[in-house]
Ligand binder design. Structure first.
Ligand code: GLA
Length: 378
């Protein structure tokens, strides 16, 4: 199975943690459709940790919690599929999951077969409780191989948080995406920290095995399992833009049954999603090294068909007036070329610019997302 663009969907962990059950999952599947999420490209519904009974059955198989999932997982998967969605589940490479449930160490092939028999399309695979004598690359290879041989296409979402130099071996394992950073929580501090860490991995990102910056916190507003301070809507917009720009999977973490209008307008912006899902999937690069303001990031990315995306992220606590010079984008002053620049969040094409573009004043924690078209200079 080849995965050509970053997966998009929803995961239960950020808001619900261990409080998951069949009813929540089925209502969430309905909410994907009612809110236009599926239409916008979000198609994976993923159940995270805490879905299982504490003991395997007599054949060594994982068993869904009888109270949370009284009809079993095939029933839930069938419902999710009936909505046109794909169904995801969670396990862990160690002896226990991060929340202490049975995990797949030494049960890799049997678990992959079980997931396939339930109709699972996506497996998030965590890294807690790794036996001391085992190496990460070997554990992910085992599950990667088990999934590739289970008879069903299952997207393999590795979750070893970037530790043990994951970037050096993860592409060997069959993973389609890999968590490049630690766990997110619902705060601006967490968004900023994950973004800064991600700059180390710009050159590792690539089609078929995407850097995963963790699930989105957009719309959580300080409520739920990973809630801390919450963010303002502008901070959520910056977070979403940056994850989209850097090609991270877009896995929603809020309660999509109860989204307010601003949350929907962020998560459903088609032009931002198009930058995330761009067919060329090029790596981002720095195009405006503001050495006097390290917290102001100006990044570019070449898109399919010749356009250039530029994202300006003011991570600092004060206002900024950034700019970018077109020679850093491959357009030198004698090229005869200029850029027609569209401000995506404004929904406005700003005009044609030569040599350099100075952004509007950008308030603290906000961002600009531009789509630039190469045109002849007049
Ligand atoms: C780890 C992962 C989280 C989540 C929890 C579940 O912390 O990084 O994304 O899956 O485990 O226990």
């Amino acid at each position: 199975m080849i995965v050509r663009t970053p997966p998009m969907g929803w995961n239960s962990w950020n808001t619900f943690g261990r409080n998951i059950d069949e009813k929540l999952i089925m209502e969430t599947a309905d909410a994907f459709i009612e809110n236009g999420l599926l239409e916008a490209g979000y198609n994976y519904l993923v159940i995270d940790d805490c879905w299982a009974e504490m003991q395997r059955d007599e054949n060594g198989r994982l068993v869904p919690d009888h109270i949370k999932f009284p009809h079993g997982m095939k029933y839930v998967a069938d419902y999710v599929h009936s909505k046109g969605l794909k169904f995801g589940m969670y396990s862990c490479a160690g002896s226990l999951t991060c929340a202490g449930y049975p995990a797949s160490f030494e049960y890799e092939f049997i678990d992959a077969e079980t997931f396939a028999s339930w109709g699972v399309d996506y497996l998030k695979y965590d890294y807690c409780f790794r036996p001391m004598n085992q190496q990460g690359h070997a554990l992910y290879k085992r599950m990667g191989l088990a999934l590739a041989n289970c008879g069903r296409d299952i997207c393999f979402s590795a979750c070893s948080w970037g530790v043990d130099r994951t970037n050096e071996w993860i592409k060997q394992t069959g993973a389609h995406l890999w968590r490049s950073t630690g766990d997110i929580n619902d705060s601006w501090a967490s968004v900023k920290q994950l973004l800064e860490k991600q700059t180390e991995y710009f050159t590792t990102n690539g089609q078929g095995c995407f850097n995963d910056m963790d699930m989105l916190i957009v719309g959580m507003h300080g409520k739920g399992n990973v809630a801390v301070a919450g963010c303002t809507d502008e901070e959520y917009r910056t977070h979403f833009s940056a994850w989209a720009f850097l090609g991270s999977p877009l896995m929603i973490g809020c309660d999509i049954r109860n989204m307010d209008e601003v949350t929907k307008s962020i998560l459903l912006n088609k032009e931002i999603i198009a930058i995330n899902q761009d067919g060329a999937y090029r790596q981002p690069f720095d195009c405006g090294n503001h050495w006097w303001a390290q917290d102001v990031k100006v990044w570019a990315k070449f898109l399919e068909g010749g356009d250039i995306a530029v994202g300006v992220f003011n991570l600092s606590d004060g206002p900024a007036d950034p700019f970018f010079s077109f020679d850093t984008l491959g357009i030198d002053r004698v090229s005869g070329k200029a850029l027609e620049i569209r401000d995506i969040w404004k929904g406005e094409t700003l005009g044609v610019f030569k040599d350099v573009f100075r952004t509007e004043h950008i308030a603290a924690h906000t961002c600009k997302m531009y789509r630039c078209k190469v045109v002849d200079a007049k």
